[in-house]
Design a protein around this ligand. Structure first.
Ligand code: ATP
Length: 664
């Protein structure tokens, strides 16, 4: 069993680092292959003796295995970090290639130690930064020119970011804030990123300034100078964020954006395609800092690390409760022609530890965090398992869109995944995963991580005799001479012995098969549980979607009802106006009739009154006729108009009114 060759379609090179155990008296469950020279690639794990259920031995292949005595510098040299740096600096006159370096492991297995180091030793992040600054050296934009160059760097940024020179950024956090200030927004500013929130933070959150001289200086990486593109001018831009409860938060924003009472509500950022980057998703709206030297970059790193959410759990007193992302963007342009800046990013990820919730004495919010961490790591495991299945010939689609973590880790791993129209072809990122493990730690949690992260895997059977075969061989030894003595003559003792040996071998073989099958069963069970988990997550997503759609439909319905109500009200008002007009006309006619009547009665004061009566009757008739006409018109209208009922009411009202008016 060999790990797949470099040319294969693997998304990650996967290295294993073993840590010196904290549990010196615990049983070691892992063996590393012994080689005359070079780094081993294989390990085997066997369940502890106390675990009666499983007896199969599993063998895993990695790109390389670093044993307990490996130093930080060995990891730096042996895990391909240097080629990753070479990739982001880019070849001559060409764009660089994105790189990703991540650590994965059980809580306390040494992920942060490897990536970020300890009080006395630098981690891969600090060493990488050192090599980057060393290698770009004089080609880096000179601090005295930074103001002149800054707008063009900001303009080339596609992620709606807010850029600051390190001096300004650090002064706002640690200094008196009185020095020259000024940040630059990239071309499209994210509306929620208000420049004033940073620059006018009342009093800011002044902290003790981290002194780069107090940070560990070893191991030195002086010997690792990478050849930079001699035709290029470089600028290094640092940003940091974390994925906490499946949401992305800027680690360089919160500390300086405090309000009057010293608190700041963090806003989640989006991982999306922007106007300037339609074919590629980026974390939009981050705060980015342009660093001119290693000390500035280390201070920004320390600032972001302080911000990272850390909560004590039962598993590890200072455990990372979020997935931390540290990004160095290498901006590059031709030093003579200048021209636009291209950008490639080296992302270093310190993943939160996988742990079994029941192991960690957590509760409430922390338990929920653990759930989210385990869920995101489960999705990561599924993606990694797909990659190793694909290497064996399957053509599975890596399901990286299931959560923020896998989206961030895998989105740039595929050539032009979402871009069929662009002429701009980016190389897929180069990625390295360092799996950390304690060979005397938690067997179940460690073996689970090894199973999904290893590049290849094989199940073998222990060579120790099974209980059955031991009994049988005992029986053979005991019964052999007895059979020999009591031979009936039908079968010779040798034949019996052979038969027993065969039976013994068959039983042992069946036992081995049983072991393999029970291991496969366990794996299938765990796959099924994972699938169920994904299914539940999908169901809950669907439920949320359904609720959203219902709400949308409801709002739409309300809107339509409102429109209908307004239309109806309009028709009602129109009808009212018509009725009013009609009544006015009637009243006018009536008034005219009354006037005529009055004239006539006053003119014929001494007569017998007959002509006036006639006139009155004539008017009455005319009135009756008009009423009938009106009724006919009403009926005709009723048969056509929607506001039938209303008009019936109206006409009735009119009849009453006119009746009242007409009554003497
Ligand atoms: N290779 C090593 N050599 C010496 N000490 C180590 C090594 N690996 C880890 N440690 C120590 O073990 C402790 C826990 O390690 P670390 O914090 O790196 O674990 P982790 O995997 O990042 O845990 P979590 O996921 O909870 O953050 C630290 O004190 C660290 O210094």
């Amino acid at each position: 069993m060999e790990p797949p060759s470099k040319s294969s379609a693997s998304l990650f090179d996967v290295y294993l680092r073993l840590r010196p155990s904290f549990h010196p008296n615990a049983e070691r469950f892992m063996d590393v292959e012994e080689l005359e020279s070079g780094l081993p690639k294989h390990i085997t794990i066997k369940p502890p003796a106390s675990d009666q259920r499983k007896r199969a031995v599993e063998k895993f292949a990695f790109t390389s295995v670093f044993q307990e005595d490996a130093k930080q510098i060995d990891l730096f040299e042996g895990t391909g970090v240097v080629p990753l740096i070479e990739g982001v600096l880019g070849p001559e006159n060409k764009e660089g290639r994105d790189g990703l370096l991540a650590t994965l492991g059980v809580t306390g297995s040494g992920k942060s130690h490897t990536i970020l180091g300890s009080k006395s030793q630098r981690g891969l992040t600090q060493m990488t930064l050192d090599v980057l600054f060393q290698s770009t050296g004089s080609q880096l934009v000179h601090p005295s020119c930074i103001n002149a160059v800054f707008p063009s760097i900001a303009a080339a940024d596609v992620s709606e970011a807010q850029l600051f020179p390190a001096a300004v950024y650090l002064d706002n956090i640690y200094g008196d804030g009185q020095s020259e200030r000024g940040g630059y927004n990239s071309r499209a500013q994210t509306p929620m990123m208000e420049r004033s929130s940073f620059l006018s933070a009342p009093g800011g959150s002044r902290r003790n300034i981290p002194r780069p001289s107090a940070l560990p200086q070893s191991p030195s990486v002086q010997d690792f100078v990478v050849e930079a593109d001699q035709t290029a001018e470089y600028a290094l831009v640092v940003s940091m964020y974390e994925v906490y409860n499946d949401r992305i938060f800027d680690l360089l924003t919160a500390s300086m954006s405090t309000n009057k009472i010293g608190t700041y509500k963090r806003r989640a950022l989006l991982f999306k395609s922007t106007e300037q980057s339609p074919d590629r998703k980026v974390v939009a709206g981050l705060r980015k800092v342009v660093c001119s030297n290693l000390d500035e970059a280390l201070m920004v790193l320390e600032t972001g690390l302080l911000e990272r959410r850390v909560a004590g759990t039962g598993s590890n007193a200072v455990s990372s409760r979020s997935h931390g992302f540290f990004c160095v963007e290498v901006k590059k342009r031709n030093r003579v022609q200048k021209g636009p800046w291209s950008s490639s990013t080296l992302t270093i990820v310190d993943l939160a530890g996988s742990e079994r919730a029941r192991n960690a004495k957590t509760a409430g919010a922390t338990l929920a965090e653990a759930g989210k961490i385990n869920e995101s790591l489960m999705y990561l495991g599924q993606c990694m398992q797909m990659q190793s299945d694909n290497q064996e010939g399957s053509k599975n689609i890596v399901p990286f869109r299931q959560c923020k973590l896998t989206e961030l880790l895998f989105s740039n791993s595929f050539p032009n995944a979402s871009n069929h129209h662009s002429h701009h072809h980016r190389n897929p990122q180069k990625a390295i995963m360092i799996v950390t493990a304690d060979p005397m730690g938690d067997f179940n949690a460690t073996s689970q991580i090894l199973r999904y992260s290893a590049l290849a895997r094989e199940v073998t059977i222990p060579r120790i005799p099974s209980v059955t075969s031991t009994i049988l061989s005992g029986a053979v030894l005991q019964n052999g001479p007895k059979h020999h003595g009591n031979s009936s003559g039908r079968s010779s003792p040798t034949a019996l012995h052979e038969e027993l040996e065969h039976a013994q071998q068959e039983v042992a073989r069946l036992n081995e098969e049983l072991d393999v099958i029970s291991l496969q069963l366990q794996e299938e069970t765990s796959r099924r549980q994972n699938a169920e988990h994904s299914w539940h997550a999908a169901t809950s997503n669907l439920e949320t979607l359904e609720a959203e759609i219902r709400e949308q439909c409801f709002a739409e319905m309300e809107e339509r009802i409102e429109a209908e109500r307004r239309r109806w009200k309009g028709a009602w008002d129109e009808e009212n106006d018509r009725q009013d007009e009609h009544i006015d006309r009637k009243i006018e006619i009536l008034a005219r009739g009354i006037n005529v009547y009055e004239d006539e009665t006053s003119g014929a004061g001494e007569g017998d009154g007959a002509p006036a009566d006639d006139r009155f009757e004539g008017l009455e008739r005319e009135n009756q006729m008009l009423k009938r006409k009106l009724d006919d018109l009403e009926r005709e209208k009723l048969s056509r108009s929607p506001s039938k009922k209303m008009r019936v009411l109206k006409s009735k009202k009119w009849e009453v009114d006119s009746g009242e008016n007409l009554s003497p």
